[in-house]
Design a protein around this ligand. Structure first.
Ligand code: SF4
Length: 353
């Protein structure tokens, strides 16, 4: 891992930098002649350099010209909060002074990053710290992408070594789908991050028109639906914006996505004591998976200061999972990483631990 001084020296942008983001164009539209484009793409995405001057096989004059017109970094200041479990939460300050967060999670066999698609989030889920911040703005495609590149730089690894991306940080990706898809296409592009689309997960609170569009665009990513309650009444209590769409309407869109793409869908379910952890709700949840190949991820609630909820007991989580298993639904309990530094699911809120 790089030292903060070295890291910040390579994120040299001042607030309000008006140079064009070099992460915006597709690799084939990068500046320069044919093979120069490939060289630049390789430096950016395989080596993960943060300054044009480090692109040492480019002529000096070209490097200076690039640095005059283009910027690499989308962040002008970054802080990192390492967790005892090996994860690191990154707090990024964007060019306009707003902030967003990402979480890097190394596992034995893979490196994963959870990135944001917005500053804050308009969904306002009562169990999520981000939801209490309200909506700031959508992130641009370069800002979405650079969360991965900057984290790789800080970790001292190639961006291509991060093979799993989950869009489960701040924001609702399907309400910023144009920028999200642009960033995803760059992750998949052979001359950029060359990632398998199956290792990219988009998590949505349930925006039917976004799900239909995702099915049409068919970029090959995985869809995770943050359902969190199987009945409309409970769901509207914990996801205030859920009154816009009934669960049936959302599930129709998800079934369409499944029929069209044949990809397994994940249902995310944060367990809140006495709110959505009743066994009748587990049975109802099981019914929603009809007509789908679905996997249910049960997420024990990750507390944050002032949260109006408590997590379910381990025993209740076990019972809830058993009901789903008895109905033949694959289920896993996902204990989040980075709880100690406010990096776990639902804890991102630009607060320092
Ligand atoms: S859980 Fe997701 S959709 Fe809900 S407020 Fe948090 S970031 Fe937004």
């Amino acid at each position: 891992m790089r030292e903060p001084a070295e890291w910040n020296a390579h994120l040299p942008l001042a607030l309000g930098d008006e140079r064009r983001p070099i992460l915006e164009p597709e690799p084939e539209d990068l500046p320069g002649e044919g093979y120069r484009k490939r060289q630049i793409a390789h430096w950016l995405y395989a080596w993960g350099v943060r300054e044009f001057d480090e692109m040492t096989d480019l002529p000096r004059a070209l490097r200076a010209e690039l640095a005059h017109t283009w910027r690499i970094s989308e962040f002008s200041l970054v802080q990192a909060f390492p967790s005892a479990d090996g994860s690191t939460k990154y707090l990024y300050t964007l060019h306009d002074g707003r902030q967003t967060e990402a979480v890097y999670m190394p596992y034995k066999d893979r490196r994963t990053i959870c990135i944001s698609s917005m500053v804050g989030c308009p969904a306002g889920c009562t169990f999520c710290a981000t939801g209490q911040m309200r909506f700031g703005r959508n992130l641009t495609a370069p800002e979405i992408l650079d969360q991965l590149l900057a984290a790789a730089y800080h970790q001292g690894i190639s961006p291509r070594e991060i093979r799993n991306v989950v869009l489960m940080g701040m924001g609702e990706p399907l309400l910023n789908l144009t920028n999200v898809l642009k960033a995803v296409r760059r992750m998949i592009h052979k001359q950029a991050l060359a990632m398998s689309p199956r290792r990219i997960t988009l998590s949505t609170v349930g925006i039917p028109r976004g799900i239909y569009r995702l099915a049409e665009e068919d970029v090959g990513v995985k869809l995770a639906l943050s359902l969190h309650a199987p009945d409309d009444e409970t769901r509207r209590r914990i996801i205030p914006t859920a009154h816009r769409y009934a669960i049936e309407e959302i599930m129709d869109a998800v079934r369409h996505y499944y029929r069209r793409t044949k990809r397994r869908v994940t249902l995310e379910y944060t367990l809140l004591r006495g709110v959505n952890d009743h066994l009748w709700q587990a049975k109802m949840l099981a019914k929603h998976t009809r007509g789908l190949t679905a996997h249910v991820n049960l997420i024990p609630f990750n507390p944050w200061e002032g949260a109006p909820h408590e997590g379910s007991s381990r025993e209740q989580i076990r019972r809830f999972a058993a009901v789903l298993e008895a109905a033949g639904i694959p289920v896993s309990v996902r204990w989040s990483r980075g709880r100690d530094v406010g990096a776990a699911c639902g804890q991102l809120a630009l607060r320092t631990p």
